[in-house]
Design a protein around this ligand. Structure first.
Ligand code: SF4
Length: 277
């Protein structure tokens, strides 16, 4: 028996023993479960600016954790070793929400760690783990941060929002066509950015400028105007693409183009940062 997963816009038909397009959810004993629950692929105490979040506790550090899988299929994925693969059959790291939150608390006591950033792969498709750990973090007085593609259903996003203190959300392109190339959906991402902003969560956005996908100055004009309609003080990171993964030939984004796009964005927005230059 197949079941439809409604965690994101793909609405995968899951059949028993198989995984969906994200490789991180599947049907087991008739239930739609997170296959990456607690399976840790990466763990590091990172500067908060590396998320990137420039206006949320600048100068401080946050314990950053990744699992496996992603529901987009960007051909330039910077973390494809963990995001574009299945959960390994014998993973090297497993942590319960309680173990992870306790580790973050110890790092807070030892070195002022802010809390936990769910990052590296797409965290929200494994929302159960994020939710349970975030609730424990709240009890432990720690902050919760999500670095996400913003491509889950509004219901899942709303479930997580009350636990989130800050998010960096990718706005990968401001065209439906650009998102289609990546297996995403622009309207879903925009709706989630909008609700995070309305909920008072600290939101910063990232647009990676990929030649041919997200480098159109006209799109940047529309994107910046749209962001300003939500909040002109919402920071936007315009970052440089380097050849990677399936787009491993060609040139990095020209630096002049990044500065041109940043100038366009600054006509509408107060905080625009150029990254990876
Ligand atoms: S979360 Fe994964 S399994 Fe569910 S619809 Fe999205 S891609 Fe498919």
């Amino acid at each position: 028996m197949a079941e439809i997963c409604n965690v994101c816009h793909h609405h995968c038909h899951l059949s028993e023993g198989k995984a969906g397009a994200c490789r991180a959810r599947g049907l087991r004993d008739g239930k739609n479960v997170s296959l990456s629950y607690g399976v840790i692929s990466s763990l590091a105490l990172d500067p908060i600016e590396k998320k990137p979040l420039n206006r949320f506790h600048p100068g401080e550090y946050i314990l950053s954790v990744g699992t496996y899988g992603c529901n987009l299929s960007c051909p330039f994925c910077q973390n494809h070793e963990i995001a574009q693969v299945s959960v390994p059959p014998s993973p090297s790291g497993y942590m319960t929400p309680d173990e992870l939150s306790s580790l973050a608390l110890r790092a807070h006591e030892d070195s002022g760690n802010l809390g936990i950033a769910f990052t590296y792969n797409e965290p929200l498709i494994g929302y159960e783990y994020v939710l349970e750990t975030s609730r424990l973090n709240r009890l432990n007085g720690l902050y919760n941060v999500a670095v996400t593609n913003g491509s889950v259903s509004p219901e899942i996003f709303q479930l997580l929002l009350p636990c989130m203190d800050a998010m960096n959300i990718d706005l990968k392109s401001f065209s439906e066509e650009g998102y289609r190339l990546l297996g995403g959906d622009l309207s879903t991402v925009c709706a989630n950015i909008s609700s995070a902003s309305r909920a008072g969560c600290h939101v910063e956005l990232t647009t990676l400028v990929v030649p041919g996908i997200s480098d159109d100055p006209e799109d940047m004009k529309k994107e910046a105007a749209w962001i300003a309609s939500l909040d002109p003080g919402m920071p936007l990171h315009i970052t440089r693409f380097f050849p990677r993964y399936r787009m491993d030939s060609g040139e990095p984004t020209p630096v002049d183009l990044l500065y041109l796009l940043a100038d366009i964005a600054r006509e509408h927005l107060k905080y625009v940062y150029v990254g990876n230059v």
